[in-house]
Design a protein around this ligand. Structure first.
Ligand code: ADP
Length: 460
């Protein structure tokens, strides 16, 4: 840190962006606005990245395979060292929720733009997260906040007490993996054995827990923002129920049909939980919502893909705020001043076949993106860009904002029809059809809706 920074009370003047794609562009925009210098990194497959050319330093840190590059902690720390970066922004995915990485960054004398290692570790273990939430008065899915015992009789008793159907989940699970639904007692022991083995192999810990399986919930989440001075706010709620294989496809804010009075106590409980665990930075509390009740399922201790819909409704630049709290500055916004207005949708545009969902790599030959009031596109692609097969298929996010949900749907329809991405396959046809669907237009569809809709389209 330089003396001049120290005098201003700031902790860094250069940020290394340890990520790629649209989120690297998004973080770069926030750094530019804050007058911070930037270091971009890439793998061999991403050498052409436009954000690399716009950065103050651009380093290729490893091979296309993410294990050797975007997940390579030593290479990232070395890049920060060589370029004089004072902070590392992990984006989402990759190392963003890795407690040992957060710790290694801080040990190297750098700022990790995210929570400290202990918050990440507490919330990364779903059992300890549940325990912390219960302590803060956040409503959770019925089921014990302890790991499943080993003996068959005790396990059967836990399931009976909860009542079938139940879901067995790996404490360290993520990405929609390490879960199994059990609808009757006869299936219980096999489901536990399979999930335990999967948990051991995929997450390095065999710990499991059990909770009630909710049959028709919606996925509702609350965005929080906290500084290191004890200030914490929640920025409203999002509905991310439109999912395929637990992957979100369309998100919106606010969640339709949920009154401010119903959600307010949940938002306040989330803020209280943040205070209790000394949380800093941005975070998201995820809930299932069924029959008018909210049930906490997990917390994401990082920036999320769908943060723009909250930015559009709350007027808060979440990435800018995240960097400012990492600088040690107090929050600029107070809960009482916060007013969310209008309605926002986000569509995830993926490079994939709209029927088979297989990833589609190749060169974008032609590109037209929509423009206009209340329209935002977060992307790293351009005509001539080569979509590589190595990473997530997300290539752009189309976001709209309008006074009402009906207006926002109409704006998204128009924006989708103005979008042209040629040379590769994308899910645009599917998104266009979804925004013509009457049930979706009515709102309040559950987490199974999209898969049922897809099955109907295929005539099954
Ligand atoms: P991950 O960390 O893998 O994303 P989550 O705990 O967030 O796991 O759950 C992912 C998805 O699994 C949820 O969005 C929901 O669709 C489903 N799910 C999880 N827990 C339950 C439950 N108790 N009842 C019904 N569905 C659930």
């Amino acid at each position: 840190m330089t003396d001049s920074l120290d005098k201003m009370g700031l902790r860094f003047d250069t940020v290394l962006i340890a990520n790629r794609g649209e989120i690297a562009v998004r973080i770069q925009r926030a750094c530019n606005e804050l007058g911070l210098k930037m270091v971009a990194i890439c793998s061999e497959a991403d050498r052409q990245a436009s954000y690399g050319k716009a950065a103050d330093s651009f380093l290729c840190i490893g091979p296309s395979n993410a294990a050797g590059s975007y997940l390579n902690r030593d290479a990232i720390l070395l890049a920060a060292h060589l370029t004089g970066a004072g902070a590392i922004h992990p984006g989402y995915g990759f190392l963003s929720e890795n407690a040992t990485f957060s710790e290694a960054v801080e040990k190297a004398g750098l700022v990790f733009i995210g929570p400290d290692a202990s918050s990440i570790a507490t919330m990364g273990d779903k059992i300890s997260a549940k325990r912390a939430m219960i302590a803060a008065g956040v409503p959770c899915v019925p089921g014990p906040d302890t790991a499943l015992p080993d003996d068959a009789v005790s396990v059967e008793r836990v399931a009976r007490e909860i009542g079938y159907p139940v879901i067995i989940k790996a404490a360290g699970g993520g990405g929609g993996r390490g879960m199994r639904v059990v609808s009757e007692a006869g299936e219980l022991h096999e489901a536990i054995a399979l999930t335990r083995e999967e948990a051991r192999q995929a997450f390095g810990s065999p710990a499991l827990y059990m909770e009630k399986f909710l049959q028709h919930p919606r996925h509702i989440e609350i965005q929080v923002l906290c500084d290191i001075h004890g200030n914490a706010v929640w920025l409203g709620h999002r509905d991310c129920s439109m999912q395929r294989r637990h992957q979100k496809v369309v998100e919106e804010a606010p969640s339709p049909g949920i009154s401010p009075e119903a959600i307010r106590p949940v938002g306040l409980a989330c803020v209280e939980a943040c205070r209790q665990i000394g949380y800093r930075g941005v975070g998201t509390f995820e809930f299932l919502y069924e029959n008018g009740a909210f049930y906490f399922i997990e917390m994401n201790t990082r920036l999320q893909v769908e943060h723009p819909v909250t930015e559009m409704t709350s007027g808060i630049d979440i990435v800018r705020a995240q960097i400012m709290v990492a600088q040690g500055l107090p929050l600029e916004v107070r809960q009482d001043d916060l007013v969310c207005t209008g309605h926002s949708f986000e569509c995830r545009i993926n490079a994939e076949d709209p029927e088979s969902f297989l990833p589609s790599a190749g060169t974008i030959s032609n590109l037209a993106l929509p423009e206009g009031q209340g329209i935002r596109v977060d992307t790293h692609i351009h005509a001539g860009y080569r979509v590589s097969p190595y990473y997530d298929s997300l290539i752009a996010k189309l976001i709209v904002h309008a006074p009402t949900r009906v207006d926002a749907m109409a704006k998204m329809r128009e924006a989708l029809s103005a979008t042209r991405i040629e040379g590769i396959s994308t899910n645009l046809p599917l998104l266009r059809a979804l925004f013509e669907d009457e049930d979706f237009a009515r709102g309040e569809t559950d987490i199974h809706y999209l898969e049922q809709w897809l099955r109907q389209r295929r005539g099954q």
